[in-house]
Design a protein around this ligand. Structure first.
Ligand code: SF4
Length: 337
């Protein structure tokens, strides 16, 4: 175990998390199966880090983020929040304690326009969480919202305007300010820059980095864009069909890729420098249905390195130490490393 890892403080531990959606059949709506959106995920999120979560559409990354926040209640498993006064499994606490935990955890959505009520001014939208969490005095709310807008580089006068008066980048800044309004310590950024132009993306990413340092925040940064996740993340978790198949520090993932799925994802990133380009290993076919996932390794129907064993045996999670960095990979090939 390396020294860096020993110094890290865990903020949230996810243990055996499963989020399944029932599939109903017939007029009596009998449960015919489950969409296994998140399937047995184990994960520690360290205080102060940016954990990137990547994978194709439908891999379960958004459901994982929302399940940690308890916006979607998981089917089973634990989400242990490490409060200063002790740890609590927030999947099982009473509503009052869940509200306390929710105050510490916020989300920034992909489409800020749909998350802002068009008939409310920015003040009207941003004061809602402040009221909910006990700020009764309107003058205090105005002062707080003015400060939050300035922190995301918007003039405080904008609080009197409506969402349709702003550009996409400005709306996302408002979404970030709203998430910050209850002084959280953990924020899930769910495709938070995916809908923005590239130049605006860079500004919003820079803002998120600055706010993280200033307010000692921890982010889970969900995206399908590997260039974005490489820029912003300290560690990366790669998801496929509801499972984390590879996880390591960002540089380690990019320089010492171990899982064939990650290899295929990274090989698709356009790189101008001819010396840094990877051999392209395009993914075959589509992601299988999470209602009826393949037996054995879930990636086997698309894996260029598939062996007969992969079709029948689920690979275990292997933890590998590489130059003092921990690297987790779920692949039979990792047994020989
Ligand atoms: Fe490919 Fe087999 Fe590894 Fe799965 S276990 S990723 S099918 S080599």
């Amino acid at each position: 175990m390396n020294e860096n890892k020993e110094r890290k403080e865990i903020l949230i531990s996810v243990k055996g998390l499963k989020t399944y959606y029932p599939v109903w059949k017939g007029i009596f709506k009998k449960t015919a199966g489950y969409v296994k959106a998140v399937d047995h995920v184990d994960l520690d999120i360290y205080r102060g880090e940016i954990l990137g979560v990547v994978g194709e559409s439908g891999c379960g990354k958004t459901t994982l983020g929302k399940s940690i926040l308890q916006l979607i209640r998981p089917f089973s498993g634990e989400v242990i929040y490490h409060f200063p006064e002790g740890e609590k499994d927030i999947t099982k606490v009473p509503k009052k304690e869940l509200d306390d935990a929710r105050k510490k955890m916020q989300i920034v959505f992909q489409n800020p326009y749909s998350s802002l009520n068009p008939s409310f001014t920015i003040f009207g939208t941003m004061q809602e969480p402040l009221i909910r969490f006990g700020m009764k005095n309107k003058k205090e709310r105005r002062e707080k919202i003015a400060k939050l807008l300035e922190e995301v580089n918007l003039p405080k006068e904008y609080m009197e305007r409506y969402p349709n008066e702003f550009s996409g980048g400005q709306r996302q800044r408002i979404g970030i300010a709203r998430a910050l309004s209850v002084d959280p310590e953990f924020i899930v950024c769910d495709e938070a820059v995916s809908a923005l132009d590239v130049s605006i993306q860079a500004q919003v990413l820079q803002l998120l980095k600055e706010l993280k340092e200033k307010k000692s925040l921890t982010y889970m940064f969900i995206t399908h864009d590997l260039s974005v996740v490489e820029y912003i993340s300290d560690r990366i978790a790669v998801m496929y069909l509801g499972h984390i198949v590879e996880m390591a520090e960002t540089q380690e993932i990019f320089e010492n890729t171990l899982h064939p799925y990650t290899e295929a994802l990274l090989s698709a990133i356009p790189i101008a420098d001819i010396n840094r380009r990877r051999k392209r290993t395009p993914l075959q076919g589509d992601v299988p249905s999470p209602v009826d996932p393949p037996g054995g390794c879930p990636f086997h129907p698309r894996c260029p390195k598939c062996t007969p064993r992969c079709r029948t045996e689920i690979p275990k999670a292997h933890r590998i130490e590489n130059n003092g960095h921990e690297h987790l990979v779920c692949c039979h090939l990792a047994e020989s490393l």
